[in-house]
Ligand binder design. Structure first.
Ligand code: AMP
Length: 423
């Protein structure tokens, strides 16, 4: 399968070659021909599958075809986070710069001043990639009009819903013309996402990709058994042993993110916390340092880490397991993107074993348990988690479960961590 057989215009084929894509990924092969026919698309695909180009190429194809007759905004791409807005916007710009005609791509997200975004929208735009709240602010300020939108894309629809954007999406839909194309992408399809897809899509073509089929990234999953209290030491030892230079570590709470980063720093590892309390400026700075290799380890909460796109992120560590199997898939999708290989390491504390089994069951893949000399677990699971509640919370972020019963201090610490959390 090659890009030439998908029906894209010669100008786009040149742009695709210029950005270095040889073969379409599975989601691209499934979604592009349908979208080129003007059909709505329901894409089930994860980060790393090549979904951005899967919706961008047909959108650009249609835009090029209506050059001359163009009025107003052509493409609206809704994304859940600032980071994803920037990443998707840049990916579209990378293609556009190789096209013969000038196409303006705007990026808008909240958490920063609206004025520069309003200025950038002066004179109109062809494509806007935006988070829903900020887009509505821009509409209210008359900085952008949505009534000519030809293509609507919902990227990471499950995260849009998770992050509470359902109402904003409803408001935005009311501003769009009834006749338009809808491209809907999500990694998972819980009921609320299904409902949104049903309201939005007209007779969609389903493009479903299990894993990342065509460009199956080579993600090696490892599950290392360890006591909760020894996880930071194990992490440090693994970083040293493998000389990891770019590690994304997932933890359950903001508190744990600060705590683990702090401990690593004290041990001479260039580490930084990354969570929802950071200002946009601080996030940008930390990410730039991480990209540039000045920082070797980012200790992040799920929400903060969402949308971080760093080509070939080599290692992801689940210090705390995610609550849902879907989040596990999202997390490990940060590594081994489109062909590059990566390692996803999960720390399995005695209390987390049951929960990890559930994750394995959902992904229909067993991950052999490993023990590392000097770090083999000695603790028994606590009585509550031994009884296995499937959505068990990952163990105490402070790594505290020492005996079978929690001490008063442990309980206070847990309460503080819970209160601090809402990353
Ligand atoms: P996405 O899932 O859209 O975030 O894409 C993941 C990564 O794969 C990005 O870094 C893209 O540049 C890259 N990519 C997308 N499509 C292809 C392709 N057909 N061949 C090689 N790399 C690709």
């Amino acid at each position: 399968m090659s890009f030439t057989s998908l029906g894209l215009s010669p100008a786009l084929l040149e742009a695709v070659a210029a950005v270095g894509y040889d073969t379409p990924t599975a989601i691209q092969a499934a979604a592009i021909p349908a979208a080129l026919q003007g059909r709505d698309v329901l894409g089930a695909a994860q980060t790393g599958s090549g979904k951005t180009a899967a919706f961008t190429l047909p959108m650009l194809h249609a835009l090029l075809a209506r050059q001359g007759t163009r009025r107003g905004l052509h493409g609206l791409v809704l994304v859940p986070t600032r980071e994803l807005a920037a990443q998707v916007g840049e990916a579209i710009r990378a293609l556009v710069q190789h096209l013969p005609s000038t196409i303006k791509v705007s990026i808008a997200f909240g958490g920063v001043s609206i004025n520069p975004q309003m200025m950038a929208l002066r004179g109109g735009t062809d494509i806007i990639v935006a988070t829903p709240g900020r887009l509505l602010d821009l509409v209210r300020q008359n900085a952008v009009k949505l009534d000519a939108t030809a293509t609507l894309v919902l990227d990471e629809a499950d995260k849009l819903i998770d992050m509470g954007f359902a109402d904003e999406i409803g408001e935005i839909l009311a501003l769009l013309p009834a006749k338009r194309q809808n491209l809907f992408f999500s990694a998972t399809f819980p009921p609320a996402v299904q409902r949104l897809a049903t309201t939005l899509l007209h007779d969609p073509v389903r493009a479903e990709v299990q894993g990342n089929a065509a460009h199956e990234p080579d993600i090696v999953q490892r599950a290392i058994e360890v006591d909760a209290v020894r996880r930071t030491q194990l992490l440090k030892a693994l970083i040293r042993e493998h000389q990891w230079r770019q590690v994304l570590v997932f933890v359950a709470t903001k508190y744990a993110s600060e705590h683990v980063a702090d401990k690593l720093r004290r041990n001479g590892v260039a580490a930084e916390a990354f969570h929802g309390d950071f200002s946009q400026g601080a996030r940008t700075e930390v990410l730039a340092d991480f990209r540039a290799g000045k920082l070797h380890v980012l200790v992040a909460t799920d929400v903060a880490a969402r949308g971080i796109d760093i080509a070939q992120l080599p290692v992801v560590v689940n210090y705390d397991l995610p609550r849902s199997p879907a989040d596990y898939t999202h997390r490990i999708g940060r590594t081994g993107r489109a062909g590059a290989s990566g390692v996803a390491v999960s720390f399995i504390t005695p209390d987390a074993e049951q929960h990890f089994r559930l994750i394995e069951k959902r992904q229909a893949k067993r991950v052999p348990r490993e023990r590392i000399d000097g770090y083999a677990p000695t603790e028994a699971p606590s009585p509550t988690t031994a009884a296995a509640s499937p959505a068990c919370t990952p163990s105490d972020p402070n790594g505290g479960i020492k005996g079978k019963r929690k001490s008063k201090k442990d309980k206070l610490r847990e309460a503080a961590a819970l209160a601090a959390d809402k990353a």
